[in-house]
Write a protein of this length. Structure first.
Length: 413
């Protein structure tokens, strides 16, 4: 069995037994050996969250953070002994409480020297190869992104004349599965900028103060790599309405996010903040004030042109014959991009099952897609029902005027 197949098998087993610490550490070791350091760190972090005192997990984390190389053991007396060989009565307690209480004395060689760009290695800094031309349809969204980010970057003289800063923030919202993350990557690729994606799991930590530090380090990585697009996925989780948050730690984290967006912790020049959420009505209003995420763009389910592009993309490497794309596009008006991908996958399953049953391999045909249409339902309808209530009763200041216009056009309002 190949290493990738073994890793996939262990990951599947871990999904069924998430508290199995030896299995998680074994998976992390294989990921490190395969050069997949970021995934290994995520697994080790979960292991340490469950058992902070695990020496094996701490050793693996040290190996992961030093590029996969196990550091040499420091010279000196064995743990628990003085240099003269006598027992050290406090050594056992010091090791047990090492994650909580700092050591009595700092010894030379205990801590590695800081390495420039170390956070960039921990937090994946990508170079996106996607362009806006790769995004089918969505002309209105592309135009808004052009005005907000791309135009000022391409015209430095005009930017200087009009006093337009390179910093900025924009929030994408809409039903799930409609391509908000893909759009953010396309913006980074169009700008030739680095791309960093931040989600709640990259930030939250069980120890007080660590979540705020993690958030600061992510913003610092973006500042070092400017021009950079920093993508805040599920921003409602990081910046939920503080009036509805009972946890003091989450309120503090929200305050830290506001400070980072304001540039109080460092200059945000050249850092373009894009955020995405399915529930903008749950985002703290302070995040949408001028200078922060002050521009809001609605990302709707793909239009006919975009649906055709998405269907062609997901069918391009599959054996197809006699597909009437125009008919399928017309029947999938409320489908998200993820729904369309699921539709193609379901049609392929029907054709494959038929081939297995008859013993004769056949192409994916129109009948398979039509059968799939009877089973796959658009996932955007529940979101639209919630959005309708928001548009009717909570459109304060006209924030959701574009949503109101869309719902009226669809005769849903």
């Amino acid at each position: 069995m190949s290493s990738d197949a073994l890793i996939d098998s262990l990951a599947a087993a871990l999904d069924a037994r998430p508290d199995d610490l030896p299995l998680r550490l074994h998976l992390a070791t294989l990921l490190l050996d395969a050069g997949r350091g970021g995934e290994a760190i995520a697994q080790i972090g979960q292991a340490l969250a469950r058992e902070p005192g695990s020496e094996e997990a701490q050793a693996l984390m040290q190996r992961a953070l030093t590029g996969g190389v196990t550091p040499p053991a420091p010279a000196g007396p064995p743990p628990g002994q003085h240099a003269d060989g006598t027992a050290d009565p406090l050594a056992a307690y010091e090791r047990e409480l090492a994650d909580i209480v700092p050591p009595r004395f700092a010894r030379a060689g205990d801590e590695p020297e800081p390495v420039a760009g170390d956070a960039d290695r921990i937090y994946d800094v990508e170079v996106s190869g996607i362009r806006l031309a790769d995004v089918g349809g969505m002309a209105a969204v592309k135009e808004r992104l052009e005005l907000a980010f791309l135009g000022p970057l391409r015209n430095p003289q005009l930017r200087k004349m009009y006093g337009k800063s390179l910093r900025g923030g924009l929030m994408l919202y809409g039903p799930p599965g409609c391509g908000k993350t893909f759009l953010a990557r396309a913006v980074a690729g169009e700008m030739g900028a680095r791309f960093i994606s931040l989600s709640i799991v990259d930030v939250l930590d069980m120890w007080m103060g660590n979540s705020e530090r993690n958030l600061h380090e992510l913003f610092q990585a973006a500042r070092r790599n400017a021009p950079c697009v920093l993508f805040l996925d599920e921003v409602d989780a990081l910046g939920h309405k503080r009036s509805q948050v009972s946890s003091s730690s989450m309120r503090t984290l929200g305050n830290q996010l506001l400070a980072e967006l304001d540039g109080m912790e460092g200059s945000n020049e050249g850092v373009f903040v894009l955020a995405a959420t399915n529930t903008p009505w749950d985002v703290d209003p302070a995040l949408r004030r001028p200078g922060r995420l002050d521009r809001v763009v609605l990302v709707l389910p793909p239009d006919a042109e975009a649906r055709r592009s998405i269907l062609e993309y997901h069918l391009r490497e599959r054996p197809i014959a006699g597909i009437d794309l125009r008919k399928v596009v017309a029947a999938t008006e409320e489908f998200s991009g993820a729904d369309l991908a699921h539709l193609c996958e379901t049609a392929a399953e029907f054709a494959m099952a038929d081939s297995v049953r008859t013993g004769e391999v056949r192409m994916i045909e129109q009948r398979d897609l039509e059968r799939a249409l009877k089973e796959v339902r658009p996932s955007t309808r529940p979101w639209m029902a919630t959005a309708r209530n928001v548009a009717m009763f909570a459109n304060e200041g006209g924030v959701y005027d574009d949503l109101v216009a869309y719902l009226k056009m669809r005769k849903l309002l």
